[in-house]
Design a protein around this ligand. Structure first.
Ligand code: ADP
Ligand code: MG
Length: 699
């Protein structure tokens, strides 16, 4: 990518080594975090602020609310229980006392805390054994008789850097800010768009967040809603959006094979025991329209668990095979890949399609044989795990790459499969599928490089899963209910959230649950599956359950993704309070797949935290994946919903997709405007905020 040099102010592109106090060693540490230029330091933004403008009386401290206090050391306790620990009790005139607790400390520090010493400390108090305590506060000894000198502004707290202390970093950033040019030289977003919004210029915004003036709205800054922060969040989201759009535009420059369904696709539909739902048909038509173009498709199919994405994928694959080329389907777990291989094999082999299967466990002669079939084109439909992306796997003519449950893969893995099919300037079409619905606003931000289709309808005849939330104390009743249900020919899952009993966290270990249930339910055939089993044993347990040879399957969350056993109509999830909404929704999606009314029991260990209670209530109230995703976003924040791993999005420095969601429509408008009117400015914005990361993602 060519550097849009004229648009970047030259002050910003000067290397950090031009700042006072930056020798080769510091420069190297900064570079390790991508901070190479003075401009990079401008955008190294505070994570939080500390309010050291006032002292809070110790008696008025509240748990969880960060504050600065000043007090006198009353007692010092140096203990070695399981690890070294230092406790320093302080008190002030308010009559309150507070414990400062240290797990790492030096002898010199211990000497500092003589009884009677006055300390000024900052930190977040939490309830401890003896009242409130602060773990690892920042502190200084107060010598002056009149007390600590207070700051007159919020102190910015920067993301920590290895090898560069916070004080040094703060000083470097202040030096860098002295080089900020005048407004015009810095601005890349057209002025008229900004004035309309009442947001400050970039220069003013940067100064305000790094050096908040003493009259700044402190509460707004701490919450991240200050206009200066909104201004920066807008530009940061714009940068990410533009970077995704650019990748998409770059992809469109490649050629892709024109595919159209023929004899096989028609034959397959005719043999299906059911009719496609209208949502499936609509999405299929959207896919086929893309495949008929000589440009690569890049389409995401979102569809709630059980909405029937696999059959749509199979029909898309047949368009490739009908055209004499290959299709590949990649799944995130061996369990799921194998299930796909079995299902698609049963559907497609009768039509004369050769289905091949490749996973890590396929080795030796078998692997060589499969690889040869893939390379010669004899294997028309190839199914596997990420083993498909290994160097040695070569396709003869890959025309369509399908990725199931794409949220389990990173963007890079997805691109790797695309590159498998690259030949002579062309690339395969890509279809990615996910059952993790993402709220619309997030989808706009996360998938700016994809077209999105939604299968927003379940096949007919499904009755919604009834969900009940039960305290673990009622386990015995539940075991009784399972016995009764299985006696009537129903099948049940019992999901444990941990496998290793030695784990410190209090959770039911799957093995002991299995043993217990086996003891309590002697009349039932009980299977057991967990992630650390040999693949063959895992598969055998799944197969037995699917075939109805076991009544109850005790499982860890390995069954979370994609597993399809329509006869299973009862699920128990133990320690449900430990799981997030998305995961609970996925798990629950394993039942309610047949015509039988299904139920899901969420067992929890009391006491419940407030958010855990809200999660379980949400699960009880709705089965709508999109509603659940919205709720998840509100409860967890997008950082966890859309980790880097999930979307390939680099983590934001300042923007918060939940808090700043209202800016997204604007981001789209400005993005479209820039791409059409000033591509150079668009490049410069991406370079400024995303820089090396976007070059890596586009590679
Ligand atoms: P998911 O979208 O979660 O991947 P699957 O593709 O596993 O869902 O489909 C779930 C179940 O529904 C499968 O047993 C599948 O055969 C069945 N199914 C798919 N489409 C239909 C339909 N239109 N009518 C009835 N059953 C269907
Ligand atoms: Mg699926």
């Amino acid at each position: 990518m060519s550097l849009p040099a004229p648009r970047l102010s030259s002050a910003g592109s000067a290397p950090v080594s031009t700042l006072p106090g930056v020798g080769p060693k510091v420069a190297e540490k900064l570079a390790a975090r991508g901070l190479c230029t003075v401009g990079d330091l401008w955008l190294h933004l505070p994570r939080q602020y500390e309010d050291r403008t006032r002292i809070v009386p110790i008696r008025n401290l509240r748990g969880g609310v960060p504050a600065q206090v000043e007090g006198t050391v009353d007692a010092v306790d140096r203990g070695f229980r399981r690890r070294p620990m230092l406790r320093v009790a302080i008190s002030d005139d308010s009559g309150g006392s507070l414990v400062l607790r240290f797990f790492h400390f030096r002898a010199a520090q211990v000497a500092q805390f003589a009884v009677g010493t006055r300390l000024c400390c900052y930190g977040t108090p939490r309830p401890g054994q003896h009242g409130l305590e602060i773990v690892h506060p920042s502190y200084r000894v107060v010598d002056a008789p009149e007390g600590a000198v207070l700051g007159d502004a919020l102190d910015p707290v920067y993301p920590a850097l290895d090898g560069v202390g916070p004080a040094v970093l703060r000083r470097l950033i202040l030096h860098a800010l002295e080089r900020l040019p005048e407004c015009q030289a810095l601005e890349l977003i057209p002025q008229h768009l900004l004035t309309d919004l009442g947001l400050p210029a970039l220069r003013d915004a940067l100064l305000a967040v790094h050096r908040p003036p003493s009259d700044a709205d402190l509460a707004a800054l701490i919450e991240g809603r200050h206009p200066a922060q909104r201004r920066l969040a807008l530009e940061e989201m714009l940068a990410h959006h533009l970077s995704l759009r650019r990748q998409r535009i770059a992809l469109q420059a490649y050629a892709a094979p024109v595919l159209s369904p023929g004899r096989l696709a028609r034959g397959f539909e005719a043999t299906l025991p059911f009719a496609l739902t209208s949502a499936q048909r609509r999405v299929l038509l959207e896919i086929l329209a893309d495949l008929a173009q000589p440009r690569p498709m890049l389409r995401l199919v979102q569809g709630d668990v059980g909405s029937g994405k696999t059959v749509v994928a199979a029909l898309a694959a047949l368009a490739a095979i009908d055209t004499g080329q290959q299709a590949a389907l990649m799944a995130p777990t061996e369990l799921l890949a194998e299930q796909h291989a079995r299902n698609l094999g049963a559907w497609l082999e009768p039509l004369g399609v050769r289905v091949a299967w490749l996973a890590g466990k396929v080795t030796g002669r078998a692997r060589a044989a499969v690889s040869a079939e893939i390379a010669s084109g004899a294997a028309q439909m190839v199914i596997g795990t990420h083993a498909l992306m290994q160097e040695a796997v070569r396709f003869h003519a890959l025309a369509l790459a399908i990725v199931d449950e794409q949220h389990r893969f990173g963007v890079h893995q997805r691109l790797a499969l695309r590159d498998k099919g690259a030949r002579g300037g062309g690339v395969p079409h890509q279809l990615v599928m996910t059952a993790t619905p993402i709220p619309r606003t997030l989808a706009m931000a996360a998938y700016a490089d994809l077209d999105v289709s939604a299968i927003d309808e379940l096949p007919p005849g499904r009755t919604p899963v009834r969900t009940v939330v039960l305290s673990a104390e009622r386990r015995p009743e539940l075991v009784e209910r399972i016995r009764a249900a299985c006696a009537q020919g129903r099948q049940a899952y019992w999901v444990c959230t941990l496998i290793d009993e030695s784990d410190e966290v209090v959770a039911q270990a799957a093995q002991s649950t299995y043993d217990q249930l086996s003891g309590a339910l002697p009349g039932l055939r009980i299977g057991f599956v967990h992630g650390r089993m040999r693949p063959a044993d895992k598969q055998a347990a799944m197969q037995a359950f699917k075939a109805g040879d076991s009544d109850l399957l005790v499982a860890t969350t390995v069954i979370e993704v994609g597993v399809d056993v329509p006869n299973a109509s009862l699920m128990v999830i133990e320690n449900a309070e430990r799981l997030g909404l998305a995961q609970l929704h996925q798990l629950r999606g394993r039942v309610g797949r047949g015509s039988e009314a299904s139920s899901c029991v969420l067992l929890y260990q009391a006491p419940l935290s407030r958010t855990a209670r809200e999660r379980l209530d949400t699960m009880r109230e709705t089965t709508d994946g999109f509603l659940i995703a919205e709720k998840d976003l509100a409860l967890r924040g997008p950082g966890e919903l859309l980790g880097t791993r999930q979307t390939g999005l680099v983590e934001f420095r300042l923007a918060d997709l939940a808090r700043d969601a209202d800016l997204l429509p604007l981001v789209h408008d400005i993005g479209a405007h820039l791409l059409a009117a000033d591509a150079e400015a668009a490049d410069a914005i991406v370079e400024r905020w995303v820089g090396g990361a976007s070059r890596f993602a586009a590679a």
